[in-house]
Design a protein around this ligand. Structure first.
Ligand code: ADP
Length: 488
């Protein structure tokens, strides 16, 4: 197949969260499966700063946005045989970071920025004479592509056989945009209706995207069900329900080369489930790095994630003073909301030797935390899939999770009696439930050592690779293409 992935982020180029992992991983997985793949990304400031061996592919390409014509350049990087990555350079929109907001508020022109990106993606494919079988669009940022494709079909036949897939990585981000941008985005009154792009007197890019997409995917089976009901649908469930037969919940996989305690060059000593005792070297390094008391016997609880409401950081923050009375250590790595950055950032001063915090995005530390912690905290209000719980289990670090979305699909509750489980899950999203679950993990740490070790081994043996999921994507793509070609 000829596959295009259009995304606002992708590893290893730019990432703010799981979308980046998934778009980047899928590009590699599809090309390793010998599909011909193009990945399209904006040329952000930090990508430009690191760009080596990139060549200019298209100069001064005109993109028509409503009445306006903008000119962009396109850069090419080819990391492997069947994969080409094109970067769209338009500094006014993309030479800024953070990429979506200034730390407090989303940029006012986000809708216009990514409408331009979406339009440019298709113009570039035409320029390259690359007729894809499928375009995989990701979240609101590229949700206009399914609509543009449909319009294009009427105008010329270039994309006549191209199926669009919209992947919903997180339905709470919908790309709400002021109606005044309609013309710029190429939307007219027919599209700016409640059925399609309009919601709450604004343009809702995600909503219109799933109206037009040939198929819809989301990132775990449970999340596929949750978004069809409120509050999981963040207001869009009635509209999404109209497409419910076209939604597939495909669990994300993880990059098993990047996240592998035997191959990880960020940790001091490799280990696997047969050499689990070597995990302690990572723990000691973690304690040293975060200025914690170096003590193998104290359990370390790690947290990595965007400091956003979704991650349950308010509940976690409320527990802190209580749980820190216990003999535990905490390590935080996160970036995002300024209030919580300050709150978590100040903890090491308040609890010296017991809490370590790093505010910012740091891949090296994220690996060390996964390997060096004993438990991993993920008390998310909702979690479309979640990757960190899978990384944790791979590293023998037992996750403590709210049983929802992808967390529910991947973490099995610890059960000493039946010798089962790979983590600790709670159902009520309350401070008490989280506190009690941390207490339960702590109890097991001190009193069920052997059972806990078995759980670690079970967790490490789990297969979270992309193998199964890629097969499911394959099926979804093929059925979308078949439908497009009118074979059904
Ligand atoms: P989400 O997509 O909601 O942010 P996921 O668990 O799906 O959550 O994916 C988060 C990804 O981003 C993981 O790979 C995680 O390790 C990474 N990540 C998040 N915050 C940081 C950070 N501050 N430093 C390094 N990596 C981070």
């Amino acid at each position: 197949m000829k596959i295009v992935i259009a995304s606002s982020e992708a590893v290893p180029f730019i990432q703010t969260g799981g979308l980046g992992d998934v778009a980047g991983n899928l590009a590699v997985e599809f090309s390793e499966a010998k599909h011909e793949v193009i990945l399209l990304l904006p040329f952000y400031k930090s990508i430009r700063a690191k760009a080596k061996n990139y060549s200019i592919a298209i100069k001064k390409k005109s993109i028509q946005m409503g009445d306006v014509v903008l000119e962009c350049n396109v850069w090419l990087y080819q990391p492997m045989n069947h994969l080409r990555v094109y970067f769209i350079e338009y500094d006014y929109y993309f030479n800024r970071e953070p990429i979506y907001d200034d730390g407090y508020n989303a940029y006012f022109d986000n809708g216009a920025r990514f409408a331009f990106f979406s339009k440019a993606c298709l113009d570039i494919l035409v320029h390259l004479s690359f007729k894809p079988d499928v375009v995989l669009c990701n979240d609101w940022q590229t949700a206009l592509i399914p609509y543009y494709l449909k319009c294009w079909e009427w105008k010329n036949h270039f994309f006549k056989n191209t199926a669009s897939i919209l992947a919903i990585h997180n339905i709470s981000y919908q790309g709400q945009t002021d109606l005044s941008f309609s013309k710029y985005m190429g939307l007219n009154w027919m599209q700016v209706r409640e059925d399609e792009f309009e919601a709450l007197q604004a343009i809702n890019l995600l909503k219109g995207g799933f109206f037009y997409a040939d198929q819809i995917t989301t990132v775990s089976p449970s999340y596929a069900e949750e978004i069809l009901m409120e509050p999981g649908g963040y207001g869009l469930s009635p509209y999404l329900n109209r497409r419910k037969d076209d939604i597939a919940g495909i669990l994300n996989g993880i990059d098993t080369k990047e996240w592998n305690p035997m191959l990880d060059h960020y940790i001091p000593k490799p280990y696997n489930h047969n050499t689990l005792k070597n995990k302690v070297f990572s723990k000691l390094k973690l304690q040293e790095k975060f200025l914690l008391k170096k003590d193998q016997l104290v359990p370390v609880f790690g947290f990595i994630g965007r400091l956003a409401y979704q991650k349950g950081i308010d509940i976690l923050a409320k527990c802190l003073d209580d749980i820190l009375q216990w003999d535990i250590q905490l390590v935080f790595l996160g970036a995002g909301d300024r209030y919580y950055s300050d709150l978590f950032g100040n903890l090491p001063k308040k609890y010296p030797g017991k809490v370590g915090t790093y505010i910012g995005f740091n891949v090296e530390l994220s690996h060390l935390i996964e390997a060096g912690s004993d438990f991993f905290l993920m008390p998310s209000y909702f979690e479309p899939c979640g990757l960190n719980q899978m990384y944790s289990m791979t590293y023998g670090t037992l996750p403590i999770v709210h049983a929802i979305g992808g967390l529910k699909d991947t973490v099995e509750n610890f059960d000493v009696k039946n010798n089962r489980g790979t983590g600790f899950a709670f159902n009520d999203m309350t401070e008490d439930a989280l506190k009690n679950t941390i207490g339960w993990a702590l109890h097991s740490w001190y009193h069920e050592k052997e059972a806990l070790k078995k759980a670690q081994i079970r967790a490490m043996k789990k297969d979270f690779s992309w193998k199964q999921s890629i097969k499911q994507y394959d099926q979804v793509f093929k059925s979308a293409i078949a439908r497009k070609k009118g074979w059904h």
